[in-house]
Ligand binder design. Structure first.
Ligand code: HAM
Length: 436
């Protein structure tokens, strides 16, 4: 007899399976974000996961995201396409294609791909949610957008989040500043880390993002963008800051904040979770990208937005011990110690009536089925044994010890739905069950 060895597959490097209960927690996080967006009149846009490669090239051909990390390939039609590394480019492409009424205020939630070196908090497949607002130049929109992210972090209980903010100025300001940084860094080139020397060739501003020890002092002495802002850019930025002050959103100005994507103009910002390791503590970021719609072949249109990293936000929540949302939990676990027919029929009947229910397959003793009921976290165990079956009744046993659920009692099969409806379908806020 020949022995066939079966290969056991693992998820690809940098990609993870999200299992219960973490999957429910992520869904709850997204739901919370969506509620905030809708309360500010942002509505959902769902762009495709893949786009023509050209769409993403507009993100900036000098950025790592585009040059090194893109999952791009030629498909069966010989079209060069890529899995999205972020969502702004696709959303702006959709804007240019559909020309919706302005202002266009949208939110999104979805998966992105970047072929990065994986580590905790940095994955090759990761989820973001975010918003984009197109068609408004007003600095008060910047305030609205930033405040939405900031309030979201507060709403999920995160306390150790720092908002870093900067202005990169208009296109021309940014160009002048980039040139000044380039000249300065060239003058200190030999002292820079090897990696930064390479970055300097392609994208001098990105050197300012380096966390390497040998670059630190050089970066500290680099020219400041504030000295290169036009009067208009400076006024816009001042209005953003005074708006944040007025509505009580605290921030730290960071004149070195340049962000990893090339499309940013004027306001740029990032949220750092202080509870996470500093290399991977950016839990979100965004800014204005006023030239992007034009670069996609559309009309000149102002735009601003942000994206938050779902995976990192949850790591920050773990680190701070927050966001363990209530789970609706199972309402009824049916125990049938006879033939299983009652369990089959009753679970079906309960589910059809909108009451969540589960049961154990394959029978088993009362004791072992009670263990399953315990593990399920159900509010009631519904027991059918020989005695109950003989008189067409069930035993209803409250499992969570809530006084409101009453004592264990016998209920006629025909009265069951009425009895359960009195208790089920709502979570008791005084006794929330949490996802552990
Ligand atoms: P980004 O800074 O590249 O911006 O990404 C936003 C957030 O996504 C990061 O702060 C981080 O939390 C998360 N993230 C990025 N890469 C990874 C990764 N490999 N693994 C886990 N999380 C990651 C953007 O994507 C822009 N589109 C934001 C924006 C929207 N700007 C204007 N509108």
């Amino acid at each position: 007899m020949t022995e066939t060895r079966r290969e056991q597959f693992q998820a690809l490097r940098g990609m993870r399976d999200i299992l219960p209960p973490e999957s429910a927690r992520r869904r709850a996080l997204t739901a919370q974000f969506i509620a905030q967006c809708e309360s500010a009149d942002y509505h959902e846009v769902v762009p495709p996961l893949v786009e023509d490669l050209g769409v993403f090239l507009r993100v900036g051909e000098a950025t790592d995201v585009v040059t090194k990390e893109m999952y791009d390939f030629v498909d069966k039609d010989q079209t060069r396409i890529a899995l999205r590394p972020e969502m702004t480019a696709g959303v702006v492409r959709a804007f240019v294609q559909h020309r919706p009424l302005l202002p266009w205020k949208v939110f999104y939630a979805g998966t992105n791909f970047r072929h990065e070196r994986p580590q905790k908090g940095r994955y090759r497949m990761f989820d973001q949610f975010g918003i984009e607002a197109l068609g408004v130049d007003d600095a008060d929109l910047d305030v609205e957008v930033i405040a939405l992210a900031s309030r979201f972090f507060e709403s999920i209980g995160l306390r150790q989040v720092t908002l870093l903010i900067n202005s990169l100025g208009e296109h021309e300001d940014r160009e002048r500043y980039t040139e000044a940084v380039r000249q300065y860094l060239l003058s200190r080139r030999d002292d820079l880390s090897e990696a930064s020397q390479v970055t300097l060739e392609r994208n001098p501003l990105r050197v300012l993002d380096s966390k390497r020890a040998e670059d630190r002092q050089i970066i500290r002495d680099a020219p400041l963008v504030a000295d290169y802002l036009s009067a208009e850019s400076a006024a816009h930025y001042a209005r953003v800051l005074s708006g944040l002050d007025a509505i009580g959103v605290s921030y730290t100005e960071d004149p070195r904040l340049v962000r990893g994507l090339d499309y940013y103009r004027r306001t740029t910002f990032e949220f750092a979770a202080e509870a996470l390791d500093s290399a991977q503590n950016a839990i979100g970021g965004g800014g204005r990208y006023d030239g992007l719609a034009e670069a996609m072949g559309g009309p000149a249109t102002d735009g601003i937005g942000f994206a938050l990293g779902v995976d990192r936000i949850l790591l920050a929540c773990d680190a701070e011990g927050v966001f363990t949302p209530e789970s609706a939990g199972l309402e009824v676990f049916v125990i049938d110690t006879v033939s299983g027919e009652a369990a089959r029929d009753i679970t079906h009947q309960l589910r059809a009536a909108g009451i969540s229910a589960d049961r154990r397959f394959g029978g088993g003793s009362m004791k072992s089925q009670m263990k399953s009921a315990d593990r399920s976290g159900a509010r009631f165990a519904l027991i059918v044994g020989e005695d109950e079956l003989a008189v067409d009744e069930v035993t209803l046993r409250p499992m969570l010890g809530r006084p409101a659920d009453g004592e264990q009692r016998r209920v006629g099969r025909s009265d069951l739905l009425g009895e359960l409806n009195r208790y089920c379908g709502q979570i008791d806020p005084t006794n929330p069950r949490t996802i552990s």
